[in-house]
Structure formats: C-alpha cells, structure tokens
Design a protein around this ligand. Structure first.
Ligand SMILES: [Zn+2]
Ligand SMILES: [Zn+2]
Length: 138
C-alpha cells in the first residue's frame, strides 16, 4: 500500500494499485505550490486512490483547465495540476508520500524555469540541521 499525508495529518491518501515513476517539475507554479525548489509528482488510477480527510482539501485553479488540491489546514500540496474535468487518472504530489517508495524519478521537467539560486548551489550538505543558522541571523 502506497500512502501519503499532509504536514498536519488531516488529509491522507492510500493507493491500492501501483504508481507511476516520479516527475520533478521546476516550473514557477509548482515551486510555489510545493513551497520548495521543485514539485514532484506521480500518477495513479483515480479509482485506486482512497482519501481520508477529503473535507480538508481545498483546490486552486492555477490555469483555466488545471486545478491543484492542498490541505486547507497546513497548506501541503496534495495533488499536481489535474484537469478540471477529471479523467481516470490523478496526478498526486510525491512530496506527500510517507515511508520509502520504490518508484524512481523518471524525469525533470521545465528545468528552463529552475530558480537562479538552485543553479548557483555548491553548498555543503548536512545529514542533520545546518549548524550555522545563527550566522545567517546576524
Ligand atoms: Zn494538513
Ligand atoms: Zn510545474
């Protein structure tokens, strides 16, 4: 069972079937919706997705034919941009997935819209928190 949840836990999805590979989108809309350097998404069959706390889902039409759903309590993106007229599939937010998932990243799209700060990133990586936050606050 593949499961996902929002940050506050009010909204959850569980997928009975399989999931597609993950596409990472660097466009400005996905960045803003995901609150990160990129959005990450996968596809599942709509009839194989069971929602909990669906009443907390709010949607936003980011373009005339596309709608994105997020948790109204904590703001977590729960879907990608889906057609307003739903088909049998749904694009879900990989950022919401819980646990480890075997699905590979299959593509990065809209890399032409990547942030300038992501392009200039040679910064060190830390397994835990950045130890020098205090230095940034001075
Ligand atoms: Zn939430
Ligand atoms: Zn995008």
């Amino acid at each position: 069972m593949i499961e996902g949840s929002c940050l506050c836990g009010a909204v959850r999805f569980a997928i009975r079937g399989g999931m597609s590979g993950i596409v990472v989108c660097h466009c400005s809309m996905c960045r803003k919706a995901a609150g990160g350097a990129a959005g990450a998404f996968f596809v599942a069959r709509r009839d194989e997705v069971a929602w909990t706390g669906e009443e907390y889902l709010t949607s936003y039409k980011s373009s005339p034919e596309l709608v994105r759903a997020f948790c109204s309590r904590c703001g977590s993106a729960m879907t990608g941009a889906n057609l307003v007229e739903p088909d049998e599939t749904i694009i879900l937010a990989a950022n919401a997935l819980d646990g480890s998932v075997a699905a590979p990243v299959v593509a990065h799209e809209h890399v032409a819209s990547k942030t300038s700060w992501e392009d200039n990133d040679d910064a060190p990586h830390f397994d835990g928190p950045y130890p020098s936050w205090e230095n940034l606050r001075q």
